[in-house]
Every structure is written in C-alpha cells, then in structure tokens.
Design a protein around this ligand. Structure first.
Ligand SMILES: Cc1cc2nc3c(=O)[nH]c(=O)nc-3n(C[C@H](O)[C@H](O)[C@H](O)COP(=O)(O)OP(=O)(O)OC[C@H]3O[C@@H](n4cnc5c(N)ncnc54)[C@H](O)[C@@H]3O)c2cc1C
Length: 294
C-alpha cells in the first residue's frame, strides 16, 4: 500500500510584518500535527485561490498515488481560470503545543513602506502575503521527507542566500549542534530587512545590502572563509546560486557534494513558467550530486 500525497488546507490565524517587506503568516490546520516533522528546512507548496475565489479547489489525493502523479494530472485537468496557483515555501516554525505553523512571505514588488502603497507588484504569492487576513484559506502540498536535504558534514558551514532563503537559513541555524561553526551571507534590500537569527552554534552573520550596491555573489567571492573542511548551503535567485556554486567548487575547491544548492526564483519568470535549458542542465547536476551522496 502506498502513501497518499500530503494535501491539506491551512487557515490564517495571524499576520505580522516582521520587516517592512516580510509578512509572517501564522496558520492552523487539521493535518499539521501529523505532517510537520522535527527537522529544519521543510519545504512545501502553497496553493492560492484564483481571483474571485475564496478557497482553492484541489483534487483529493488517493492512497496508492505515492509520487502524486495522478493527483498532479487531476490538478492540471482543473480549468485554468479555477486552477489554484502553486508556489514553493518553507516552514519557518512549527509550534507543536499550539499546532501553529509560521511562514514568512517575501513581499517582492512592494515598496517596503507601510504596505499600503497600492502597488500590485510581485507575483500572486507576494500579493496574497501582503493582503493576508485571519480566516483566509490556502491549500498545502507537503511537506514531505522526500525533499529533506541533510547538511553536508564539515568543520564549518557556509549558508548563503537572499531573503527567500532566510526562513530555511533560520531553521538550519536553530538545528545546528552546540558549538558548530557557521558563516552566513544574507542579501537583503536594506538594513531594515535584517532579522535576528538564533542558534546554539558559533555563527557569524554578514548582511549584504542591495541599496548600498551589495550583491551576494560578490560578497561571498570576497569572503575570508575559515580554515579546515567546509560545506555550503545556497538558495535564492537561480543565477546567483549557480554563480556561487561554481565559485565554491572551481575556485575554493569545495567538494561538489559538499555544496547543497537550489534556485528559489528566476528573474522575469514565474514559478508557472517552464524550466529553461539552463534550469534543466542544473537540475540534472543536482540530481547526480544527490545520487552520489546517497
Ligand atoms: C524550496 C523553496 C522554498 C522557498 N521558500 C520561500 C519562503 O519561505 N518565503 C518566500 O517568500 N519565498 C520562498 N521561496 C521563493 C518563492 O517560491 C518565489 O519567490 C516565488 O516566485 C514567489 O511567487 P510569486 O507568486 O510571488 O511570484 P511569481 O509569480 O513566481 O513571479 C512573478 C515575478 O516576480 C519575480 N520574483 C519572484 N520572486 C522574487 C523575489 N524574491 N524577489 C524579486 N523578484 C521575484 C519573478 O522573477 C517574476 O518576474 C521558496 C522557493 C523554493 C523553491
């Protein structure tokens, strides 16, 4: 007997602007207690209702559809004007006692002011995050242990990403063993976007500010990294992630399988757009790395 795809509904119970351009949305959901694992970097897909609809309509998963192929076909068969939009997100925190899940939405396209700029920049997920209210309902596919990316083991760890990677970086730091050494490079719009990142590890955080001309790739290229064996975890804009991965493997001589990397978004492309040739080539590279590691 297979396992059904983890499809559920979650309901907003609170919204807080933790920075001018980040909305932390707290969700409750009947399936959360069963779905949430005690591990960092849990990824899932959130399903947003189309305009004019209150609740996203999703197919029922069936028990023998382990990889969700039949579910996905049924999802694609929903006429486009009704088909919910799916976007990838990270569980920033889960409070098992209260049964609540926090997700941080980067409000890209927002001017970063009071959120009342009237602008409709960004994509559907960012717009939803900006206007989220208690009682709103989203669909959720995942999280699933199938997407767990265990951190490579080394003397020190480099975590690098932009604000979309901060929820994952935040949980990865919280799960570090006491005393473990980590260096974080985080690219954000400006100083107001910095967040407090707690960890039992020995962590140095470098904030890279776009408003001062900073860029993640330049900052990591110029970084003085600790001695000893290193490993890296990279996420954010796909082009930047690829450039960083090349730099760490080719110039810093980090072993290929010591560099975990994932493009979280693509310039001028939505998450509905098909993968480019380059995306496919890098997906192959990641898959090859994954099978080497296992
Ligand atoms: C595994 C995984 C985990 C993720 N976790 C999170 C998370 O916890 N929180 C979070 O906010 N995001 C997260 N992301 C990134 C998020 O899925 C993308 O940013 C997504 O494109 C947002 O959807 P959208 O509908 O707002 O924009 P889309 O409709 O996908 O894109 C619309 C336009 O916005 C641009 N765009 C998309 N994202 C950004 C951005 N960050 N900055 C500037 N321009 C952008 C695109 O290039 C496109 O032109 C994660 C992605 C992955 C793959």
């Amino acid at each position: 007997m297979g396992q059904a795809l983890p499809v559920s509904y979650v309901r907003v119970v609170g919204v807080e602007r933790i920075t001018p351009r980040t909305a932390r949305v707290t969700f409750a959901g009947d399936a959360l207690a069963e779905l949430m694992e005690d591990r960092p970097d849990q990824q899932m897909k959130l399903c947003f209702p189309r305009e004019g609809r209150e609740v996203p309509r999703l197919p029922e998963p069936d028990a023998d559809d382990t990889y969700g192929m039949r579910w996905y076909e049924a999802y694609l068969a929903i006429p486009e004007p009704e088909r919910p939009l799916m976007r990838s997100f990270t569980v920033r925190a889960y409070d098992r006692r209260l049964g609540l899940m926090a997700v941080d939405f980067v409000l890209h396209g927002d001017d970063g002011g009071d959120g009342d700029d009237g602008g409709d920049g960004g994509g559907p997920a960012a717009r939803w995050g900006r206007d989220a209210r208690s009682g709103d309902v989203l669909g959720m596919v995942g999280p699933s242990p199938a997407y767990a990316r265990p951190l490579p083991v080394a003397d020190w760890l480099l975590l690098a990403g932009d604000e979309t990677a901060l929820p994952a970086i935040g949980t990865l730091l919280e799960y570090l063993p006491a005393g473990a050494r980590a260096v974080v490079y985080a690219e954000v719009a400006d100083e107001t976007e910095e967040q407090v990142l707690d960890s039992p590890g020995e962590v140095t955080v470098h904030w890279v500010h776009r408003d001062r001309g900073g860029a993640l790739t330049d900052a990591v290229r110029g970084a003085e990294l600790p001695a000893g064996s290193g490993a890296a975890w990279l996420a954010g804009e796909a082009g930047a992630v690829r450039a960083l991965r090349r730099h760490l493997v080719d110039e810093r001589q980090l072993p290929r399988n010591a560099v975990e990397f994932s493009g979280y978004w693509r310039v001028n492309l939505t998450q509905d757009d098909a993968p480019t040739e380059e995306d496919l080539a890098w997906a192959k590279e990641r898959a090859a790395q994954g099978s080497e590691a296992s």
